[in-house]
Design a protein around this ligand. Sequence first.
Ligand code: GAL
Length: 338
Amino acid sequence: MKSVNYLLFSCLFIIIHPFSPVVKGQSPVKHIASDTFKPGEVWPDKDGNHIQAHGGGIIRIKNTYFWYGEQRGKGLDPKYRYVSCYSSKDLLNWKFRGNVVKMLPPDSLTAYWVLERPKVFYNAKSKKYIMYFHVDDRNYKVAQVGIAVSDKPDGEYKFVKRFRPLGHESRDIGQFIDDDGTAYLVFEDRPFGFRIARLSDDYMDVEKEMTLVKAHMEGGAIVHYNGLYYSIGSALTGWNANPNKYSTAPTLEGPWTEFKDIAPVKTNTYGSQSTMLIKVVGTKKTTVIFMGDVWKPKTQYDSRYIWMPLEIGDGKLWLPEPKPWKLNIKTGETQILF
Ligand code: GAL
């Protein structure tokens, strides 16, 4: 009898306990340190809330990773646009550090404006954190980048200016920091393709064009792996997923190869869109992680993430079918679970 009561009590506890796992984005889930990436699932931060860092970018400062992205959580004040910041030592368990941007429309922009794909660069000379983001009106006709600056990785970031990099249209942006520390902006220039351009010494401007890749790609991301540059991006289909593609080049200036699929075409990149490639240089292995967004346009707060270690090397890149996986952040080794 005692054990029956216990069983009943346990079942009830699981049903009514406030930390019972939930599917929807914002309700808290108890955070138990996780050792497994679960692509496409709700990804709770250390407070138990689904991570809100969409279209994001990641930098590493010493042994801490900072993840910045579009804050699209429920209950935000629609007057503002928000950028979130999270930190982690293992790329898996993330602490919410706050909304580091909460912005009204900059300058003369209309109230219905867009702030997307924030990316932060740390400038070692000025010791400033410089955030780039896509600024636009609701019709995506402005096509600019905005810059906001902070003295600390977790803000507050103050808006400085908005402009078209090197005079070109710029919608989706990506960030790339080469092995020698040089910082680049990747931006989609609608009439022509996408451009890779070096930032100025203080990172407050986009200074030198490295290349124009004549392919219409969004969600552009680059990684430098074993002496070769790999760029990936998606087609221009708004929030709908499409087959993402990659190209390689011996230098950022090119020549870039024809674009090839990164996953079986019919999966539409398993329903995701590229936003960044993260290189983890471990003691035993270098792993490159594909970081993608699974957008849910009608319930953006519930948009998910697909992160998977890529099969990469000798000019080839392939995104394996998303499955739970583990990463050893020290050795760089990964294990895909079946
Ligand atoms: C996507 C783009 C997103 C967002 C969206 C709006 O193509 O990658 O960042 O701009 O379009 O429809």
